[in-house]
Design a protein around this ligand. Structure first.
Ligand SMILES: Cc1cc2nc3c(=O)[nH]c(=O)nc-3n(C[C@H](O)[C@H](O)[C@H](O)COP(=O)(O)OP(=O)(O)OC[C@H]3O[C@@H](n4cnc5c(N)ncnc54)[C@H](O)[C@@H]3O)c2cc1C
Length: 220
């Protein structure tokens, strides 16, 4: 399936290191699918709050959720959400050329509070499944009281940007190459560990397959 490219707007246009930008929506989707924690930047009572929070998505929206008491989830105001994956440290000959190999996405827009009960449940399903595929059918689903205590925001994925850096330091062909110091990339990888059972569990309770199978697999 061919996806529409990411838009080139006043908000999304890269001004610095433009070569690291990508307008490929598949890159955006891959970055979103590789993680489940984002940072929600929003003005609350005139002050910026940048809140780490989990997310899910469908083709059109990013879903964020939290307590109805959460001030950052008011909706209806401009927000900026970022998702960042660090792939390594770029250690150059000079401190100036040090950097990070990464994949990152920024989404700009006005988040909408989801009030339709069906859409809310579907958004929460997406969010749950995004972090732990298989968990929506395994865990007890939210009841009416829990749903009433939960805010779900939907943020359009239309106005988004992507930036990706890969590769070695950039001073390999400059004068600092003469220094003879080591330079290169120190990769960073996160891996899921072995599930740790709740001590309150009955000893014979098996680890469900959809959780057990993630042990040793890569995150992001
Ligand atoms: C882990 C990590 C560490 C970084 N460390 C540094 C650092 O120490 N110093 C530094 O200068 N930069 C760093 N960057 C790059 C930084 O995120 C910005 O891209 C860069 O600083 C340019 O910022 P700007 O305000 O000039 O952006 P502009 O180019 O003016 O931003 C314009 C638009 O481009 C898009 N955009 C900008 N940056 C990103 C991004 N990273 N991902 C997706 N879309 C983006 C947004 O839509 C934004 O509104 C780092 C990035 C990551 C992921």
């Amino acid at each position: 399936m061919t996806l529409d490219p990411l838009p080139d707007t006043d908000l999304t246009r890269h001004r610095r290191l433009r070569a690291q930008g990508s307008l490929d929506r598949a890159d955006l989707n891959a970055i979103l699918d590789a993680g489940f924690v984002c940072h929600l930047g929003v003005l609350v009572e005139g002050r910026p709050l940048v809140v780490p929070t989990v997310y899910g998505r469908d083709e059109r929206y990013l879903y964020l959720h939290g307590s109805v008491a959460s001030r950052s989830l008011g909706g209806g105001t401009p927000v900026c959400v970022t998702v960042t994956h660090v792939d390594g440290l770029v250690l150059a000959r000079s401190v100036f050329e040090h950097g990070v190999n990464y994949r990152s996405a920024m989404i700009h827009g006005e988040a909408r509070k989801v009030t339709d009960p069906e859409e809310k449940l579907e958004g929460l399903r997406r969010l749950t499944e995004h972090a732990t595929p298989g968990q929506w059918s395994y865990a007890r689903r939210p009841n009416r009281k829990e749903l009433a205590a939960t805010t779900l925001l939907a943020l359009s994925l239309e106005e988004a940007s992507v930036k990706i850096r890969t590769g070695p330091p950039e001073d390999g062909d400059g004068p600092d190459a003469e220094l003879g110091r080591w330079a290169g990339v120190l990769p960073l990888t996160s891996v899921w560990g072995a599930p740790v059972a709740d001590p309150a569990l009955a000893a014979e309770t098996p680890v469900p397959e959809h959780i057990a199978r993630r042990e040793g697999t890569r995150y992001a």
